[in-house]
Design a protein around this ligand. Structure first.
Ligand code: 13P
Length: 248
């Protein structure tokens, strides 16, 4: 039985004062939660997370990483730097990075590898656009995105990743995939993992992301292959984030 994992992706939101309140409120409301949880924050706030969350059940992480190590790469942040702030997770291949920063699946794979090399867990995001879904290409698109990562990682490393299915048309739109739609894609992703490493496929969490809210979380999380959520907007309000965590 896979434990549920709920991860907040703050995207480019936050302020020192606001973060302090949000993190304190989440920590205070976690008492009876069974799910594991984490927040992935803008890199400048990692130190604040480390200070505020050490000793709590909440893990933290980053939203992106460079494919490079240290060097002349202005504006980039390498995996070793993130590990210095005790990040457990690093999101790689979010659709906003693929779309606005032209990240290819090969680049996403290199990022996942860089994260693993520093002992952290990559949350590998995959997802189709509305056009791709309407053209019946969902399985093919997410399959190719995941395969690029699995090709680069060794068989043993498959067990060390988290996958997140985030249909692009559901992100920030208020339109979530139905539990059945999401389950179908999750099952497909799980089968793909199984083909690489059957044992790992049973333990790798596959999260759903895209307008997950307290109102729809329970039905989504009840699906056999939906192991948690990657939460955008609802992760910025303690009550909503806690509502999702408590539905898990
Ligand atoms: P929303 O929950 O705001 O739709 O965002 C989902 C997402 O992109 C998480 O990474």
């Amino acid at each position: 039985m896979r434990a549920k994992l709920i991860v907040g992706n703050w995207k480019m939101n936050g302020s020192r004062a606001g973060n302090a309140r949000l993190l304190a409120d989440i920590a205070a409301g976690l008492d009876s939660a069974r799910a594991q949880c984490a927040v992935c924050v803008p890199s400048p706030y990692l130190q604040q997370c480390e200070e505020a969350l050490s000793g709590t059940p909440i893990a933290w992480g980053a939203q992106d990483v460079s494919v490079h190590g240290f060097g002349a790469f202005t504006g980039e942040v390498c995996a070793k730097m993130l590990s210095e702030f005790a990040c457990r997770y690093v999101i790689v291949g979010h659709s906003e990075r693929r779309a606005y920063h032209m990240e290819s699946s090969e680049m996403v794979a290199q990022k996942a590898k860089a994260v693993l090399a520093e002992g952290m867990t990559p949350i590998v995001c995959v997802g189709e656009t509305l056009e791709e879904r309407e053209a019946g290409q969902t399985a093919q698109v997410v399959g190719a995105q995941l395969d690029a990562v699995l090709e680069l990682l060794g068989t043993a490393d498959v067990a060390k990743i988290v996958v997140a299915y985030e249909p692009v048309w559901a992100i920030g739109t208020g339109k979530n995939a139905t539990p059945e739609m999401a389950q179908a894609v999750h099952a497909h992703l799980r089968a793909q993992l199984k083909a690489r490493n059957a044992e790992a496929a049973e333990s790798v969490p596959i999260l759903y992301g895209g307008s997950m809210k307290p109102e729809n979380a329970k039905a989504l999380l009840a699906q056999p292959d939906i192991d948690g959520g990657l939460i955008g907007g609802a992760a910025l309000k303690a009550q909503d984030f806690l509502g999702i965590i408590h539905s898990a």
